[in-house]
Design a protein. Sequence first.
Length: 320
Amino acid sequence: MSTPDPMQPAASPAAADPAPAAVAPSTAAAAAPASVAAASAPVAATAPRPHVVEFRDVSKTYGSGARAYTAIKNINFVVDDRPDHGEFVSILGPSGCGKSTILRLIAGLSPQHPPTTGDVLVFGQRVAGASADRGMVFQDYTSFDHLSVLDNIAFGLECRGVPLKERHEQAMAWIAKVGLNKDADAQKFPHQLSGGMRQRVAIARTLILKPRIILMDEPFGALDPPTRYAMQDLLMNLWRDQQASVFFITHSIEESVFLSDRVFIMSRAPGTITHQLKMPPAGKPAHVRQRERDFLDAVFEVRDLVEGQERPAAAAPAVG
Ligand code: ADP
């Protein structure tokens, strides 16, 4: 199977393709703000900001010998550090193409970490393991069953040694920020919450620690559509506030187009990034934006590319 060259970002197929109506090419646009800023900076030139995340020719093979299995191959991408706006990147691709492997390599979690070949850099440093600057939210709600909502959200601060009063104050503020009710919900336990509420707790637990990179592995995959819209809106608002960079895995093309600055599309395993597409800003609530014509055009465009990756090679139409 031949896949397009998995790129330097500027040479990706997305960059080479003419821009579809609603999907701008990825190209070097992402790098432009930094160089523009540098060009117009006052005389005291500052050192360039290291990239938030950079993958240099990263591959991961699980197992060895006859059982060796290469999950991702030659992954290259860069996420710039923008002063006032973290980038929101989502990753789409067939099941098993290595999306979670990429996320967990950024997180520094084994056995995905370390990569078999290549370098994973976070803020210019090779990832050595997990760190508080990277927070993760999973699809299966990761709260502690024996802790209340308040204590679940405060848990990370407790691990950091923050005194009880202060961590409870911060956790209470986060209960409100994620749209839960301080009086009604703070003392509930996870089994007393709906799926959407539990995911609000999971998001609060992660964001209270102010990670500079938020890693989300299908966080809304188990939610019904109205709850999912609400969570998408919540995430957009929190992300703008936090100014963190987000990596987001989803199977929902609508969700990725709505939330993202950039969408990565991956090939079947061994996964490579075949396209990096820049998305138009959302600027409206999910249930409004996701009915608009240009939004739907972008979704169709991305769907065609994703389905192209998902189609088994054997199912390709016969020629002649
Ligand atoms: P995705 O998130 O796209 O579904 P993953 O990154 O979870 O893909 O997995 C990519 C491939 O690597 C899959 O075939 C999976 O079975 C395999 N894989 C993932 N983790 C391990 C592991 N710890 N050991 C062996 N194989 C693994």
